[in-house]
Ligand binder design. Sequence first.
Ligand code: SDX
Length: 395
Amino acid sequence: KTGLFTYDAGFLSTASCKSKITFIDGDKGELLYRGYPIEELAEHCNFLDVAYLLKHGDLPTSEQKIDFVKIIKRHTMIHEQMAKFYQGFRRDAHPMAVMVGVVGALSAFYHEAEEGFLDPKARNVNFNRIVAKMPTIVALAYRYSRGKPFMYPRNDLGYTANFMHMMFGTPCEEYVPNPVIVHALDTIFTLHADHEQNASTSTVRLAGSSGANPYACISAGIGCLWGPAHGGANEACLKMLAEIGDVSRVPEYIKRAKDKNDSFKLMGFGHRVYKNFDPRAKIMRKICDDVLRELGLENDPLFKLAKELERIALEDDYFVEKKLYPNVDFYSGIVQKAIGIPTEMFTCIFALARTVGWMVQWEEMVMDPEYKIGRPRQVYVGEPRRGVPPTRRPE
Ligand code: SDX
């Protein structure tokens, strides 16, 4: 089953599927990956530890970690034909459009994706391959958009440091990653790795329930994540801060956010499930402070504006009453901006991390003995027409 649909108060709602991967208690603001609190994982593990945990159900032993890292390092390059694929896009194409295309085409380059899902070896190959290649695919989208030379992966660097090398390095000199920034970005990956049955994960599950190959399903998830109400919120949040421009204009935007007749929403605030602080946002807030301090940006006007917006919103009756707290996207956009990642790349970074969760959720679904194609139903609200249709005109 990919989800039981029930008819409730005029809306179809997913009663949700069975899963052992991630647990959220929205009222308590609790998030667990395979039973471990996100706070512990963010504190004591790196992203590849978490990727292994989500995939295999346990944190890796030191030997398992060594093997896993070795496999990942062996798959970081992409097919040279695939690198040429980018040339078909306009330079100013939104990188998420490129990601939908390039990831969707992965199965055209790596045939295991088409092989039967029942073979755990093929599933492991598919998982390791896309986890290894996503940083390269994302970095190439950025490099291509800026007319910069593609940077090959470096196996002497860790997963996230290598991503930063491919994003910001140049062939002219060795890239030396800042450990504070690497840690911040690696933690952002961990915080975004999975989140139960959110819109994009449900998209991946529904696409996968037809038997489509995992890379095609991930591409569908990327398309869904792109939306500003979902993964695109961090990009939309930075655009909103730029539009507000000055602390003096914050009350005007808070007023707009409360106006039922105004479609404006405060980007980076609110959540369908969390009616308490998003635990990821609390961790992101500290990362945000660490990065701004490391880069000497504590007094940057944009970041001071963000802090003022957060303060006012947290005190405002409307936001308090509706339990609208800053969510993970509010802070992740600020951190990425401070690191020098362009806003249009923010959701690609989210997709890089969430690919782990999407792949694991897809696998859990296809391995469910009750697995069959999802088939949402509807409530028909159109007018039934009776009688003979009007005579059809000849073409
Ligand atoms: C992500 O599902 C996931 O897990 C997603 C995610 C993940 O990891 O996959 O956590 C990632 O998508 C985080 C959310 C990022 N989106 C944004 O920051 C966009 C801004 N947020 C809103 O669009 C909104 O909060 C949603 C879409 C996230 C949730 O909207 P809901 O489901 O309507 O939230 P709700 O039912 O709790 O809203 C209660 C009320 C509503 O008003 P009423 O109908 O009661 O009058 O609060 C209002 C909403 O209209 N409201 C807001 C608001 N968010 C909700 N009002 C102003 N500003 C906001 N940001």
